[in-house]
Structure formats: C-alpha cells, structure tokens
Design a protein around this ligand. Structure first.
Ligand code: JNB
Length: 839
C-alpha cells in the first residue's frame, strides 16, 4: 500500500478532496475515542492507546455492516453454517479490519498527520492466539472466507482468558509464560450478557417413567455454570457481510455458590465459584490428546452446550421455525472431534427435553452435523474414559451407549457374526479401561466426514475408517484446505500485492485463480527484477526482526530457508537440524567449499510436557549459536530460531522466505497450510509427498518444487518389513558422523548428554518417523536448491510460478466446496454502502 504524504492542515487550502474529508472525519473519530472513550491526552497516549482509539473508529463502520448483515440474515430466515471449533488463531484484527473496510490508507495518513508512527501502533496489538496450530488458523481463515463470500455463518468457540503460552528461550530451552491477552481490553469484542446460557455438569440420572409407562430419565443434582457470549465481528473483504465469532466465557452461577454454601461453608463456596470461572480460563497447549483431563472435557461440553442452546434460541426467534425445520436452517461443522459431544447433547435435548422419538431425533442430528478430521496420528484421536464421562456427564454416557447399541445392530446386519468388525466400529473401546472413541461418535453422528487434503482423505478411508467407509458409502469426502489471501498476501506482503495488482488488476484477492495471469511474466526480465527486489526488501525487513529478537546478523543475500510450524517429531525439525550439522561439518572440513550462504529460520512452539520436542528446540538453538559464532565458516551458515512463533510473526517471516520446509514423514501431515502460505509468497517448497504438498506439486509443476524422500507406500513397506535406523547409520559415513557429533558433548562441554533425547529417538528409540531413512535424499534435494539459486533467472521464474499457480489454495475455494457439497448453503449478499463513515 503506498502511503500518502501527511496532509498539512492549512487555512488556505482549497476545498478538500473526498479522500481528504474522509481522512478528516476519521482523524476526528480517532481523537474523540482517545479523549472520550479512553480519557487520554494525545500528548501522553501510548501506541496501544492510539491502537485502541483507531480500532474503535474502525469498529463504528464494522458495526453498521454487522447490524445490516444480521438483519438481512434474519429477514431471509437464512440457512446458516455454525462452525464449532475449540480453537481460533485470529492473530491481529487491526490490519485485517482496516483492509476489509477500505480504511487502511485513510487510517495510515490520519495517524501520520497526528504525528503517530503507524507501524508502532499496529505492532502494539497483542495477537488473539486462541489456538495451537493449523487447525485453529484454518478456522480463522474460514471465517474470513465465509464473510467475504457472503455466506450466512457464525463461528462458535471459547473465550480463553489465556491463549497459547508466550515462548521464551533460556539457555536455548523453551520457557512458557502465560498469555493474558485480555488485560488491556479488546476493542473488537462485544459482551452480550443478555444471551448468557446455563450449563449443567455432574449429578446423576433418575430413571423415572411417565404416566404412559415411557422411560423418562431425569438428570438431577447437577451443578450449573454460566456461559457469557463475547462477540467478535468478522468482516468480509469487498462486500457488506460481517459475520460473528461468538466466544463463550464461563462464570459461576448463583446455583453453584448456593449448593456449596449449604453443604460446605464459605471457603468451599469460593473454591467452587473458582471452578466455574476456571472452565474457560486456559487453552490446552497440546495438539495431542489431553488424556483424562476432566477440565478439558468440561470445556468441550461447556462450549457445545452453550452454542447449541444459542442456536436453538436463535432458531425459535423466528415464528415460522419449529423443530420440524431445524436441520433445514442449521448446519454445524465439527472442527475435529473436540466438539463431538454436540452429537450427544442435541440427542439429549431432543429426546429428553422435547420428547422426540429416538429415530426421529437421530435423523435430525445426522442431518445437522458434519465432521472434519485433521489427523491420523493415533495418539491425537480423542478418547475419554467411561468413568470420567459417567461422573461429569452421566446422562450423556447413557445416550452414547444407546447410540452404540443401535450402531452395532447395523454392523451385525452388514457383517453377520463378525465380532472383529463390531470391535472396531464400536463407540466403546473395551480392551483395558473402557474408553469412549470420539472419532467414531463423530462419524456416526454426521452426514459427512471430510479429510483436509486428497492424500489424507484417501488414508482416512483406507487406514482409519475402512469399515465405516463401506458401512456408509459416500459419507467420506475430501476438502483440501486453503488459506485466506487477504491476510496471507494482501495484508502481510503489501509490496508484492501492489506489484501483482499492477500486472493483473485488483480482483485477485477475491478470485485467486487470477494469479495465473502472472505466468506470462515468469520469464520477463523486468518483472523478475521487480519480483525479486520485493523479495529482497522483505528479507531486509525480516533480517531486522531477527536482529531484534535473536541478536543475530543475517545477510539478505543468503537463501532464507524457513521451517515454521508446531514442534513435532513427525514434522521432523530434527531432520532439518541433521542437515544443518552436515553443512556445518562440510564447511569445517573444507572452508573454501562453494555454497550459497544460507539462513535457516525456525519458528515453533512445543507442548510444555513434550520433552523430546523441547529437546529438539534446545538442540537447534545451542548448535545454531555455535554455528553463528564460528568465524571459520565465514558467515555462510546462520541459524535463527525466532522465539514466540505466532500469527503476527508468521506474517513477517513468510513474505521473506525463499525456501519452505515441508518435510514430514509421508502419511503423517494431514494437509499443512503453512506450505500454501509460503508458496503463495514465492517460496519454493522442499517437501515430501505428504498432505497438501502432493497437490501443490500438481499445481506448480515438478520443475518448481523440490520433492524428496519416501512416499506413503514406501514408508508403509519399510515399516512393514521392520525398519532399523542403525542400518542407515552404519551405511552412511557422514550421517554417522553427525549423529555421533549430536550425541557427544561437543556443543555443551559443561553439560553431559544435553541432546540425549533427540539422539536416542533417532537410534535406540527406533526413529519412528524415519529421519535417517530420508536423510540422504533430503540432503541431495538441498544440493539442488543450492544449484538452482545460483541461476538468478531460473530461481526468479520458479518463485513467480509458485505465486502464479497456487490459486487453488485460497480458502475461498475450500469454503465454496463445503458450502456446495456439505452445507448446502447459499450466499446471501448484504447490499448497501455500509463502509460510509458517520459524518
Ligand atoms: C491440528 C491439530 C490436531 C489435533 C489437535 C490440535 N492439526 C490441533 C492440523 C494438521 C495439519 C492441518 C491442519 C488444518 O487442517 O492443528 O490441522 O493442515 O496438517 O496437523 C488436538 C488437540 C487436542 C486433543 C487432540 C487433538
């Protein structure tokens, strides 16, 4: 976005142009909010104060559009999509909302004319980090696309007081700090106390019969907590639609207090009150299952119960509506199994509270829900012990048993006498402690189940749910993930966006396939120069961030090689580390070795209890520090692990990346979405044939991607015949040397066995993710990158081709597919000029 020069206020100036008067209005709005709302003098206001005041000025415009949107949706009694997700990684909202309201340039020059530093102000916004990784960011991208495409939709989630922890490095190791993102107030949120919901837990089931001898169970002696909605508007781009993200905050209810008072006195009452407030306190920082955590189960049910009640309340607000048309108006998408208890809760409401016959209720439930699976990793498939369930949600457990009884009858009909089939299909795992399988529940309670990339969906059908696939033909389908180009190009890479607009016009952010129009410039020397100049400028900007956050000097002429994602064994950051060690060793053995200088950039948080992941972080940091300080290698190799990876940091890294590391063991990464963001910004992928990499390769072409390593079939075959990492260790002299080096105390002379967890996982631990098996192919692929980068024209062409050919990975395409094939949802445009500022 070109910034306009500050407009001097001058008495002699002619009548202001339209833009100037808009700016004038906006400036006075900011000033008014600063003084009237925040009670701040402009002289003493901090950047955060200015950020709040400006946000409130933008909010005025967004509220107009929001009211109009809700009015249109209600007037049309529109079918709506409700996205149920325990995670939303929204990042910062300021820039996005300015772009969506077309106020970015106006705000920029208004603040400039007020003597303020726009970047400082926008950087003072704390990320809304209510998620762990890909799944949470996907939810945020989907909200952006839903609004932009005018789909009537509402996101439901939890208003965690503490989002994902803030990460710091001490001695190279990860230290977690609480992320209390709400303390300075969130100018975007609206608290809707009038829509507070009650949620019950615990208690017992009374088995009673009505006058006609029908079983009418009653859930009694429950404890109640309250859910208070906090609404965040999500504004579409280039349209009038503003949808809502409704997040529930838990509060203790009077009930809760009173029950405790009667039985246990004051301290007990306060303790129980605290439990009420605790439910929405903190986001669980694992992207593996939280086995057995009662509070996590309570979060899931709290969220689902509030959201379903709210949907029902809204549905019945329209006098034309009844239970008969409920599933005509309501589509719920379950973001993984985390909200899968919704299937049971809606059954409970229909059967217990509405006296709906079971089969009728089950039909409504099936039509309402659809489920997205995001992982095949067995440890991430949610299971709850029946005992825990019985204590927290006793009636729900009964209903699960009833669903299961009927399910097993269907299985018996399909495969008479086959108990093995029943065992795998059952909602209850019977080996050892009885466990409830939430994935099986989500599959049987939904009319559609989808994977998030073609390969992932194929594996979902073949490996995870083959029985369900033949029991429910057509239920499984693919919806390849996408990302919003508004945040991941238009906002985060303004220079490249401007260049693209100059070449192909301004429509591409709403129709990303138009980027194909750039292909014809791929060999155009002038365009290549402009494209690569912008890449270099973005690298200069990232170099400043690296200097500020890591204290490391890096050259923008080096290859910026980026791996940014959660730290996980299967994502193989340690494979990257082994290759760095190999390069380092080659350089030490031959200091004049001709390599293109490289900067390896990492960003990753590890789950606080995941020791191996934390050990990998520490190893990268410690070894990286040694490499960075080693004058013998002439600065040819740098390693920068940026602390506290989050959405706003990703927005600074991605535009500056030359190389995108997507190196998971084939079959393990469901899709990946960082891979799409990086390719869109002209980074070349080095990757395995895993997740969406497969489809990125199809789009960009074999010449514009570096694919290496074992594919899914080869991984299966190798593991089938018994994989032994020692064979690779013995056979490859260099690999053996670097693994020994890693296992030695060379990098930590004062500390014995500092990296023994990583070292052990690679050898004695059996190397479950085949790091050693893929090492040589990975190293060879990196050699090809080195060669390709030396040919400036070739590299520029490849980078441009990546940007030009990844239009498929717009989340707009993904959302259109969901809307058409799963939700049966129609767009409903909201007309009128709601972007007008109040004068
Ligand atoms: C996740 C994720 C998975 C399970 C839990 C939490 N999955 C998070 C990612 C996949 C990516 C894919 C994105 C979007 O589809 O983020 O989803 O691109 O490949 O890894 C989880 C949390 C608690 C308990 C159990 C599971």
């Amino acid at each position: 976005m070109p910034s306009k020069p500050a407009v001097a206020k001058s008495a002699q100036s002619p009548a202001p142009a339209a833009q100037d008067s808009k700016e004038e209005i906006f400036r006075s709005l900011i000033q008014r909010h600063l003084v009237s709302t925040l009670a701040r003098h402009p002289e003493t206001a901090t950047p955060r104060d200015w950020w709040v005041a400006t946000s409130l000025a933008v909010r005025d415009t967004i509220h107009n559009r929001m009211i109009a949107t809700q009015t249109v949706h209600n007037q049309h009694n529109a079918r709506r999509l409700y996205y149920f997700s325990l995670e939303y990684l929204m990042g910062r909202l300021f820039g996005n909302n300015l772009i969506a309201t077309d106020l970015l340039e106006i705000a920029e020059s208004a603040l400039k004319s007020l003597g303020q530093d726009f970047d400082k102000i926008r950087n003072s916004e704390v990320d809304m980090g209510l998620g762990n990784g890909g799944l949470g960011r996907l939810a945020a991208c989907f909200l952006d696309s839903l609004a932009t495409l005018d789909y009537p939709a509402l996101g439901y989630g939890i208003y965690y007081e503490f989002g994902l922890f803030r990460q710091e490095f001490v001695n190279g190791g990860q230290i977690e700090h609480p992320d209390n993102w709400t303390i300075f107030g969130d100018p975007w949120e609206i608290v809707r106390a009038e829509y507070t919901q009650e949620v019950r837990f615990y208690g017992r089931v009374e088995n009673v019969f009505d006058d006609n001898g029908n079983y009418r169970p009653r859930w009694v002696d429950t404890k109640t907590i309250l859910g208070v909605p906090h609404d965040i508007p999500t504004a579409g781009y280039g349209t009038g639609t503003v949808n809502l993200l409704r997040l529930w905050a838990s509060k203790s209810s009077e009930d809760f207090d009173l029950a405790a008072f009667n039985s246990g006195g004051y301290v007990e009452a306060v303790r129980e009150k605290a439990i009420g407030e605790t439910v929405s306190k903190v986001l669980y920082p694992n992207d593996k299952t939280e086995t057995g955590k009662e509070l996590r189960l309570m979060q899931q049910y709290f969220f689902v119960a509030c959201s379903l009640r709210d949907i029902i309340r809204r549905h019945f607000r329209n006098k034309e509506n009844s239970w008969a048309n409920f599933s005509d108006k309501v589509a719920v998408q379950l973001n993984d199994t985390h909200p899968a208890i919704a299937v049971v809760e809606l059954m409970r409401i229909l059967v217990d509270e509405q006296n709906t016959p079971w089969d009728e209720a089950w039909a409504v439930v099936g039509k309402t829900f659809a489920y997205t699976n995001h992982t095949l990793l067995p440890e991430a498939l949610e299971k709850w012990s029946a005992g825990l369930f019985e204590r927290v949600l006793p009636r729900h457990l009964q209903i699960i048993y009833e669903i299961n009884t009927r399910l097993l009858k269907t299985v018996e009909t399909k495969w008479p006498g086959d108990n093995a089939k029943k065992r795998v299909c059952s909602l209850i795992e019977e080996s050892g402690q009885k466990m409830i399988r939430m994935a099986n529940l989500a599959v049987v309670g939904s009319h559609a189940v989808n994977g998030v990339a073609a390969l992932h969906t194929q594996l979902l059908k073949k490996d995870l749910f083959p029985e369900f696939d033949s029991l429910f033909p057509g239920k499984f389908q693919n919806k390849t993930n996408g990302i919003t180009p508004r945040r991941w190009l238009l906002k985060s890479n303004p220079k490249l966006s401007e260049l693209i607009t100059k070449k192909i016009g301004k429509d591409w952010p709403r129709n990303l396939d138009l980027l194909r129009g750039l292909e014809k410039f791929a060999d155009d020397a002038a365009f290549q120069k402009e494209f690569m100049t912008i890449k270099r400028e973005n690298k200069v900007a990232l170099a400043e961030v690296i200097k500020a956050d890591c204290g490391i000097d890096v050259s923008p002429d080096a290859i910026f090689d980026v791996q940014i994602k959660r730290l996980h064994e299967y994502k193989r950051q340690h494979l990257n580390l082994l290759h760095i060690l190999a390069l380092y060793r080659r350089l030490l053995q031959n200091p004049s070795l001709d390599v293109v200088p490289r900067v390896f950039v990492f960003g990753a948080k590890a789950a606080p209890g995941y020791d191996l992941a934390k050990n990998i972080i520490r190893a990268i940091n410690v070894i990286g520090a040694r490499i960075n300080a080693d004058s013998r290698i002439g600065g040819k190799l740098k390693v920068a692990f940026l602390p506290n990876y989050r959405v706003s940091l990703a927005e600074k890294i991605i535009p500056a990346a030359d190389v995108s590391e997507q190196i998971s063991t084939a079959g393990k990464e469901a899709s990946g979405t960082g891979n799409m963001k990086l390719a869109l910004n002209g980074a070349l992928t080095i990757g395995t044939l895993d997740g969406a990499n497969v489809e990125i390769k199809e789009e960009v072409g074999d010449d514009n991607i570096f694919i290496f390593g074992l594919n899914v079939d080869q991984v299966e075959e190798l593991q089938g015949k018994g994989y032994n990492p020692w064979n690779y260790y013995q056979a490859d002299e260099e690999l053996r040397a670097i693994i020994d080096w890693l296992g030695s105390d060379y990098f930590t002379p004062d500390e014995h066995g500092a990296f023994s967890l990583v070292h052990r996982s690679l050898l004695d631990g059996g190397d479950p993710y085949l790091v050693l098996a893929d090492f040589r192919a990975y190293s060879d692929a990196h050699a090809k990158i080195d060669a390709a980068y030396r040919d400036k024209k070739r590299w520029a062409r490849m980078a441009i081709m990546n940007t030009a050919r990844v239009g498929k990975f717009s989340s707009d395409r993904t959302i259109h597919e969901y809307a058409k094939q799963i939700w049966k949802l129609k767009a409903l445009p909201v007309s009128g000029n709601f972007t007008k500022l109040p004068s």
